[in-house]
Write a new protein. Structure first.
Length: 91
């Protein structure tokens, strides 16, 4: 995690938000946050919304999946999943 001299975070890209819309918290999706997820887990999640523990996501993320990521090609979901799981997506 990058910090400035005062210890503040300098980069919060994809690190989530504990106070998201309508009081829901949005999880971080850096590769550290997703350490337990495989690329295949991410591909399936972005296609149908199921998590590795067998739960289905809800609320805003379900909309993201229904109207966006489920409509991508398998190749595009694979590319996103590799990125999310990669060193380049470390906080
Ligand atoms: C292409 C990748 C992804 C995109 C574009 C995306 C996009 C979004 C967006 C736009 C929101 C709503 C945030 C807001 O309204 O401020 C959201 C919420 C959320 N996302 Fe994702 N997301 C992605 C990947 C993931 C992954 C991999 C996970 C699993 C850890 C995840 C879990 C969630 C959850 C649990 C919420 C909160 C849902 C709620 O209660 O409103 N997302 N995401």
């Amino acid at each position: 995690m990058r910090r400035n001299l005062l210890g503040g975070l300098t980069c919060r890209t994809l690190t989530g938000n504990s106070r998201g819309p309508e009081g829901n918290s949005v999880p971080g999706i850096t590769s550290t946050d997703l350490a337990e997820w495989t690329v295949e887990d991410l591909e399936l999640f972005l296609e149908v919304g199921i998590t590795p523990s067998g739960d289905f996501t809800g609320a805003h993320m379900a909309d993201v999946i229904e109207y966006s990521t489920s409509k991508l090609s398998n190749e595009d979901r694979t590319a996103i999943s590799h990125y999310l799981n990669s060193e380049a997506n470390k906080p």
